[in-house]
Design a protein around this ligand. Structure first.
Ligand code: PLP
Length: 417
């Protein structure tokens, strides 16, 4: 930030403060990561100066000699990494991508069927306060009572009853594999489009560490900044037959000019995602999450669904007699950053729910392995029993800082030669 130092010292200081926070804390928020310096350079590039409404070869402004080449590269790389027939790399965020896809397949007032938010769905899966719940008639499926797993028979029954135009698979807080083929089968049975929102697991899919929804979906949306380890943005992948309507739904349907600096950085992240190092990374994310969940169970925690298949671990804190918010706050004071979250059939209020949600993408990027995950589980256990004990929190905080010093965030992780 050399130029910022004199140009805007306030922002300079705050950015440095955040760099230090990210270096010195154990970041377990499952939707966060550390991107490479190469991705950061592309995000902060001259492309932030350019308008390019439209798509490659069909723009509404001149001066697109370079933008077209960059967007085409991003598209080709996205298609290759995920085995997709078509990719739109322009959505500003995962939320916008979801709204765009719904509008491509459904009209206002039509029914969409998706996972209920308190059971792990996202706001944009038709929750009432989201525009997706206001413009569409959202019907929600939940999880099986005993197992906390997706109940495909319930989804099929609901789909036959409500005849949705879109069935959404994918979640924001679900730690198990999803049977995308079954979702597609149900969707085809009722004449709906199957849309998968793979935002959380996209990096694992790219690495071959999680089933790929692309062959089983009419369209797949994803953010690019979670396990995929790119800039804050999104992609839509779809079958060629839907390409024109998906592109149209994004621009001019939802958006104006694409963020070409972000698209440049998405292209960089996708090149990284195609490397053998990234495959290893994805496998390690899953191994770390599995060991973390096992250790938490050994320590007496109630892990929702009993474990994990992906990067995410959700804990039901009720047996520990503590709510999610006070625990997340105490953990944050010890340098362990999590988020409080609802658990299936949560009796508590969403702003102070019964669970915490954690994930391994960011800590795996900085090199943590199973051994470090076991250590973190032990610290979480210690804090859980001492949320108001400043001494214990301070002691754990010192150990957390030492571990972070031992694993500095690397500038680059792969060698995309
Ligand atoms: N879809 C899922 C499953 C998510 O978890 C999220 C964000 O957490 C989104 C969509 C929204 O993405 P964004 O925050 O980029 O709008």
């Amino acid at each position: 930030y050399d130029r910022l130092k004199t140009h805007d010292p306030e922002i300079y200081n705050l950015l440095n403060e955040e760099e230090t926070r990210q270096q010195d804390s154990i970041r377990l928020i499952p939707s966060e990561n550390y991107v490479s310096m190469a991705v950061r350079e592309a995000t902060g590039s001259c492309m932030t100066n350019k308008y390019s409404e439209g798509y490659p070869g069909k723009r509404y402004y001149e001066g697109q000699q370079v933008t077209d080449k960059i967007e085409n590269l991003a598209i080709e790389r996205a298609k290759q990494v995920f085995g997709a027939e078509h990719a739109c790399v322009q959505p500003y965020s995962g939320s916008v991508a979801n709204v765009a896809v719904y509008t491509a397949f459904a009209d206002p007032g039509d029914t969409i069927l998706a996972l209920s938010l308190p059971f792990g769905g996202h706001l944009t899966h038709g929750w009432k306060v989201s525009v997706t719940g206001k413009f569409f008639n959202a019907v929600h499926y939940t999880l099986e009572d005993d197992s906390d797993l997706i109940d495909y028979d319930q989804i099929e029954k609901l789909a036959l009853e409500c005849k949705p135009k879109v069935i959404v698979s994918g979640a924001t807080a679900y730690s198990r594999h999803i049977d995308y083929a079954r979702f597609n089968e149900i969707a085809k049975k009722v004449g709906a489009a199957h849309v998968c929102d793979m935002a959380h697991v996209a990096g694992l899919v790219a690495a071959g560490a999680h089933p790929n929804p692309v062959p089983h979906s009419d369209a797949v949306t994803t953010t690019t900044h979670k396990s995929l380890r790119g800039p804050r943005g999104a992609l839509i992948l779809c079958k060629e037959e839907h390409a024109a309507k998906i592109n149209k739904a994004v621009f001019p349907g939802m958006q104006g000019g694409p963020h070409m600096h972000t698209i440049s950085a998405i292209a960089v992240a996708l090149r990284e995602a195609a490397t053998p190092e990234f495959k290893q990374y994805g496998q390690q994310v899953v191994k770390n999450a599995k060991r973390f969940a096992e250790k938490l169970v050994e320590l007496g925690f109630d892990v929702v669904s009993g474990g994990t298949d992906n990067h995410l671990v959700l804990i039901d804190l009720r047996p520990k007699n503590i709510l999610g918010k006070p625990l997340a706050k105490a953990l944050d004071r010890a340098g362990i950053v999590t988020n409080y979250n609802t658990i299936p059939n949560d009796p508590a209020k969403p702003f102070n729910p019964s669970g915490i949600r954690m994930g391994t993408p960011a800590v795996t990027t900085r090199g943590f392995k199973e051994e470090q995950m076991e250590q973190i589980a032990e610290w979480i256990n210690e804090i859980t029993h001492n949320v108001e004990n400043d001494e214990v929190i301070e002691k754990v905080h010192k150990q957390v800082k030492q571990l972070c010093d031992d694993f500095p965030v690397p500038a680059n992780f792969v060698n995309p030669a």
